[in-house]
Design a protein around this ligand. Structure first.
Ligand SMILES: Nc1ncnc2c1ncn2[C@@H]1O[C@H](COP(=O)(O)OP(=O)(O)OP(=O)(O)O)[C@@H](O)[C@H]1O
Ligand SMILES: [Mg+2]
Length: 415
């Protein structure tokens, strides 16, 4: 049987389609989204997935939490491995463990084997490097075949979202699809059909695609690096060395996909060196505690929650008392504006580039179709609206549109 898989940086979904109707399969209890997270237990090698993985980590389980694993595709990290207890797990196998589990859960639910797949992919896994981009797709292809898929096709994520949307759309319109998720921002200019195409994508309906490697995990990273890491010593001068503490530790600690790579003796040596050279500055002690107790993902989770709160209110507080009694950081919408100013310019430029690639003027675009969790951010919507002020903004299922669209395509290709 065939399916569509949206393997997301933050969340994944798997869908199947019959008679032009897509259904997302429940992957964790009644939830059709499975957070793209794994927890490898150190003692017995067992693996928890999705919400269970995050819960085990937050409960202080012994082992490794892995998140944002899609981000390693197309980078040198794809060849790296991470230490779990006394064994090293290649990051490619981590992705295979995750996708294999999604396949297995879906098969159990459906009561049949899945052997054919339309797999979603961002327009670009990496920016401006077509070789790395192809390498990323090849790695994903290898992984999909290693977990048992025999027929594999790829489709751009925003194109899939449009396929889902046009099922319920009335009237023919020219749409800019903006899929802004955890890892990438993807755009397609598409002629949304007025009629039911039975899931068969008309080749010429897609006028152009563009995408950049920027998304919600990157927004978390910036907020974390500029507003939380100073509390752990970022930018603090080391009087004995006449230089600031090494920036790479703070950069990696704030970056979802790199956090685990810090939990090794070398980092502790550098942190102890900073404590010594920094005259026992309390901030470096917090850093030491973070590495020692593996609190990096806890901080990143709290920063993400604060960012999400700022989609609806003007202030959010982060309780850091697990690092030090009474430690907290209050953030405002202005903080988010400050740290994401450049990112929003990049987003707007990517929308413009997509128009150029599609040979379409901004005024010709009837509607903007939003999908992906990060389109909940008013800042993101403003950045898009700046380029397309006259277009109507419509939303489709923020977390399920891509998976449903991929399922429809799978039915069209393999059905
Ligand atoms: N209300 C909200 N406000 C701001 N950001 C949000 C909100 N809800 C979710 N997000 C962010 O959306 C991102 C996840 O979105 P989504 O599930 O669409 O990504 P993904 O499909 O896994 O990633 P990608 O498609 O880039 O690989 C996360 O960074 C999350 O913090
Ligand atoms: Mg996505």
């Amino acid at each position: 049987m065939f399916c569509g898989l949206d393997f997301g940086t933050s969340n994944s979904t798997l869908g199947v389609a019959q008679h032009g109707q897509a259904t997302l399969v429940p992957l964790q209890h009644q939830n059709t989204t499975l957070p793209s997270a794994l927890f490898y237990h150190e003692d017995n090698g067992a693996i928890d997935f999705g919400r269970d993985a995050v819960a085990t980590y937050l409960d202080g389980g012994d082992g490794r939490l892995m998140r944002s694993i899609k981000s390693v595709l197309g980078t040198s990290l794809a060849k790296e491995s991470t230490q779990v207890g006394n064994r090293r797990v290649p990051l490619k196998s981590v992705i295979a463990d995750f996708i294999g589990e999604v396949k297995c859960r879906a098969e159990q639910h459906l009561g049949t084997e899945l052997d054919s797949i339309v797999q979603g992919r961002p327009v670009h896994f990496v920016d401006g490097d077509s070789k790395a981009d192809q390498a990323a797709e090849n790695t994903l292809l290898e992984i999909l075949s290693s977990v048992g898929f025999k027929n594999i096709k790829f489709q751009f994520e925003p194109v899939a979202a449009a396929r889902h949307f046009e099922r319920s759309s009335a009237g023919e319109r020219l749409a800019m699809v903006a899929d802004i998720g955890g890892g990438t921002s993807d755009f397609s200019v598409i002629r949304i059909a007025a009629h039911d195409r039975g899931g068969v994508p008309a080749e010429d309906s897609v006028l152009g695609n563009f995408g950049i490697r920027l998304g919600g995990t990157g927004f978390d990273q910036k907020l974390n690096f500029w507003r939380i890491m100073p509390l752990l010593g970022r930018g603090v001068m080391l009087p004995k060395e006449r230089m600031a503490a090494p920036n790479w530790i703070f950069h990696d600690l704030a970056t979802w996909s790199q956090i685990n790579l810090l939990y090794q003796e070398k980092t502790m040596r550098d942190v102890r060196w900073a404590i010594d050279a920094g005259g026992e500055d309390i901030r470096f002690r917090r850093l030491e505690r973070t590495i020692d107790r593996r609190l990096g993902h806890q901080i990143a989770t709290d920063v993400e929650a604060a960012k999400i709160t700022l989609s609806e209110s003007t202030a959010a507080g982060i309780d850091l008392s697990y690092l030090e009694a009474n430690l907290r950081q209050d953030l405002t919408l202005d903080d988010l504006h400050d740290v994401l100013d450049d990112s929003m310019d990049r987003l707007a430029a990517a929308v413009e580039e997509c128009l150029v690639m599609s040979n379409v003027a901004a005024e010709a675009v009837d509607m903007v179709l939003l999908t992906g969790g990060s389109t909940e951010m008013p800042l993101v919507q403003e950045a898009i609206r700046k380029v397309l002020p006259a277009s109507v903004i419509e939303s489709c299922d923020k977390f399920g549109a891509v998976g449903s669209g991929l399922a429809l395509e799978a039915a069209a290709v393999f059905g």
